[in-house]
Design a protein around this ligand. Sequence first.
Ligand code: AKB
Length: 325
Amino acid sequence: MSKGDMNKILVTGACGQIGSELTMALRQKYGNENVVATGHKTKPGPTLRDSGPFEFIDVTRRETVEEVVDRYNIGTIYHMAAILSAVGEQNPHLAWDVNINGLYNILEIARERELTRVFCPSSIAVFGPETPRDNTPQETVLRPTTMYGITKVAGELLCDYYFRRFGLDVRGVRYPGIISSETLPGGGTTDYAVEIFYEAIKHKRYTCFLREDTVLPMMYMPDCIRATIMLMEADLSRLKHHADFNLAAMSFCPAELVAEIKKHIPEFVCEYKPDFRQEIADSWPRTIDDSAAREEWGWEPQYDLAAMTADMLEKLGRKYAEGRL
Ligand code: AKB
């Protein structure tokens, strides 16, 4: 089997929160026709659909991925398709199937075809109750209590195994909660930090499913996209880690986010009704030490809580005014 064209990129999970914006950033950087967006069941929005190739696949059915990889002569895969923490707790079997069997299919396809590079996201969910919760180190206890976390630990180890054993260049970061104004997140524990903006603009009220003092690591989408592409473009010889980089930008609790939103919308009111997601959040770190990412590929975030909040409200406010929210 011939090696793929290193300029041809496949994005799985391209209709998801990160995938949708990542695809557009990659198309802008490498050319629309060179980035093939793929989704499972969700129909792509017009921006994604009309700006370049789109295909439906199912990462748990290997032949559906192989067909697209071969047809487009793909060289690089950004494997963004995953089941997140909250949905994973409601359907652990699905989380295992998509996050483990789906990843295994991607890695095998990449190994067999000697693809240039694969990106596989991990998450702060790899940590668990026994992990130090403040300034969580790069190398530490990985004993998560969620199915999502278990699949992410296994995924990191599997990716590193493929690098060591087969020389496949797999890279990945442990994403914190990602906040964005384009596509809603699908079923995570950090989703409150996105929903709250929509509700603040539309109804000036929000009921938060986490306690007001629950501090979690978060990141604004422009930083998330920049980090992802930066790592994928980093010089391999500088990388001591591969699929498990800690990554950080800011940490805050719901009460701090509410206070920041109130600076722009003083009448905004937030209530707190913690549900099953509280236990998940309580098992995750508050702040992350990302010095390995900073040293090995020059990571530095640009958005803090104030800058992110102002930009989110500006973008969503404009959409609301135009009747697009
Ligand atoms: C989730 O909440 O499940 C995700 C994550 C932190 O990986 N946003």
